[in-house]
Design a binder for this molecule. Sequence first.
Ligand code: GUN
Length: 289
Amino acid sequence: MELIDGIAVSDKLKNDIAQKVIELKQKGKKIPHLAAVLVGNDGASQTYVNAKVKACEKVGFDSTLLRFSSEISELELLNEIDKLNKDNSIDGYIVQLPLPKHIDEQKITQAISPAKDVDGFHPESLGKLVLNLPGFLPATPAGIVEMLRYYSIPTSGKHCVVIGRSNIVGTPMSLLMSRNATPGNCTVTITHSKTQNLSEITKQADILIVAIGKPEFVTADMVKEGAVVIDVGIHRIEDKSKKSGFRLLGDVKFDEVAPKCSYISPVPGGVGPMTIACLLKNTLLAVNS
Ligand code: GUN
């Protein structure tokens, strides 16, 4: 079993990006500028957004964090989006999800200018992904593809099973794995909460990508010997023995699943850092779009 080291792979990507920023500076060109919109005080969202802003600093990007109260109205937020769309100093921006219940996430996502949609959540970005046209790929699925590439994990003709069909991960992931590309060319099965006999299907997976959002959902009996397992989940579980007061768990019961795998991504230190690196990659792309 080999551990997929998301920190090492993301460091390599970030170093390449930092080098490109140095070249832009030398040529007197604009430094990429990412803005992040955070609504409310959700602890996990704050952690993720702070990590994104910190990663910008690390590669030499400019960054702006815009924080709003959870009481902000949908209209007020749409006005802020409009300002970001018109602000020429900002190349790309994200609106951290989830948003408070009174705000329609689809409405917000669709208000983001496609040219600044570095999360790749806008229908235009997703349409380009479906048609295999260049565009912003959603950062988590793109990060998983980069992990598979880095470890030269064979994908062509393999059976990839995706658990979860979210707009952010499961659905774009299944499209990326099936398209005619390397990594890609998989036969893909997408499964979800209504799937019957799930473990019969997951046991057929050469590559199992788990984005179901339930801690330790995938157990050893659901995994084929020699499978590649990618764990997208991240859950804070209360643990008074930790200084932070919590520990992190994935969607995969790591200790029992890992011995069966050829490769497995851990939580933390797997997919999470790759999401951030691919967001930076998209921001670099946004400077020229
Ligand atoms: N919430 C969970 N993952 C993400 C992400 O990749 N981007 C945004 N904007 N919100 C998220």
